[in-house]
Design a protein around this ligand. Sequence first.
Ligand code: PLP
Length: 364
Amino acid sequence: PHLRLAGGGAGIINFCANNYLGLSSHPEVIRAAVEALEKFGAGLSSVRFICGTQSIHKDLEEKIARFHQREDAILYASCFDANAGIFEALLTPEDAVLSDELNHASIIDGIRLCKANKYRYKHMDMQDLEAKLKEAQKHRLRLVATDGAFSMDGDIAPLREICQLAQKYDALVFIDECHATGFLGPNGRGTDELLGVMDKVTIINSTLGKALGGAAGGYTTGPKPLIDLLRQRSRPYLFSNSLPPAVVGCASKALDLLMESNAIAQSMAAKTQRFRSKMTAAGFTISGKDHPICPVMLGDARLASVMAEDMLNRGIYVIGFSYPVVPKGKARIRVQISAVHSDEDIDRCVDAFTEVGRKHGALP
Ligand code: PLP
């Protein structure tokens, strides 16, 4: 979490990585990568189904399925690929997909690639989802697709209600857990565990490139027949190189650590709570609830940008987001908390925000 930036600045604290659990610099994760590199080589020079499958790929798929309590899993080079591959492989022109309007770009692109009938419901709006599900009854199969946690707002999809509606209207539920896997829920299994619907969500896509070591890679986990189908039909799986052994080694060790204990996830949750409550007490509005994505809402694009610059002058690395990444008038600085931030790091960040906020009129 501590950086030196090109051009000078040392002792900068990084508050804008998806490294929620700090595992990218965990000594055991690094050692596992080195061991895998030495034992299994730099790479496979092949896709999985030709000569690109080693024991470690199969072991990691089994481990991912066990972690999520699902039947099977399939690895991809990224979650972007997992999202690009699933909808086209699963859905036909007789089917329908219902997607939250604020879903991640990779879900949107994946849906664009499939020939199913497309419905876009208003962000987390269950009345609108129900109306669209009613409309979609005429199709053979319905799939509701949502981010588990949304990366711009740090808000969490109402999965209980979504699963109830899915049951009522005979639909399957797909969630993208990139900003949940490893740390949401009592054992870090994700949004479905947090909201008590692990047995109701059919398909999970997630990444190995954020909380789970931060290297690269993505996956789909769910029912075995679905995973078998993806191995036969999913284009990014069929036509793109296998994950390199070092990357597999990182993710595998990260999952071992998380399955042994939830201490790291709990430490991140405590630090998130510290940041959110101190910032709120200082007078800032933080979007979302209990999530380590803590968007400091500022409204004005220029204010977000100059404040982020001034934060860097005070040793805090954060980024301002404005239109078109977020809606007009909803500019913000997105802070991301990690288990490797110390309480002092968090307090330094809050103090810097308070100073900079006063200077630029964001606080009285
Ligand atoms: N889905 C969501 C919600 C994401 O935030 C991201 C990454 O930004 C992805 C998918 C893509 O993940 P990856 O970096 O593994 O391709």
